[in-house]
Design a protein around this ligand. Structure first.
Ligand code: FES
Length: 149
């Protein structure tokens, strides 16, 4: 066990945890930030995506001891759920079961931060690691394009 200082959604936290504990479990079990989901646990599905200094990372496979920088989760993406992507998601009614959608939005937000006007190919590439079992991919793409307008 060791103590780690983390900055998450603009708040500073100190947690006592094993070095190799994935960030996902610190977020969900220790800090109660349940918007970030567990899917595969192997960095393959994208359900657990959060931002580390603006880059999308898979928190299920990212040891808390390796977190050097600011973390943003879906809870911290916007003040009132009004990020352009969240608005587009709602307008286009993207989710079906909804389980993967926080991860989808976080991957899309990282894309728009580095490329505010992405092409469809950019979107396909950036989102290729986020799996949706309900197959909402076309609506996800539509929402990203709408948010980028
Ligand atoms: Fe992390 Fe699937 S739960 S990528």
């Amino acid at each position: 066990m060791a103590q780690f200082s983390l900055n998450i959604n603009q708040h500073n936290y100190k947690v006592d945890v094993n070095l190799d504990t994935p960030l996902l479990w610190v977020l969900r079990d220790m800090l109660g930030l349940k918007g970030t989901k567990f899917g595969c646990g192997k960095a393959l599905c994208g359900a657990c995506t959060v931002h580390l200094d603006g880059n999308a990372i898979r928190s299920c496979s990212f040891p808390v001891s390796a977190v050097k920088g600011k973390v943003v989760t879906i809870e911290g993406l916007s003040e009132n759920g009004d990020h352009p992507l969240q608005q587009a998601w709602e307008e286009i009614d993207v989710p079906q079961c909804g389980y993967c959608q926080a991860g989808q939005i976080m991957s899309a937000a990282a894309l728009l931060q580095r490329k505010p006007k992405p092409s469809e190919k950019d979107i396909d590439m950036a989102m290729s690691g986020n799996i949706c079992r309900c197959g909402t991919y076309l609506r996800i793409k539509k929402a990203i394009l709408a948010a980028a307008e």
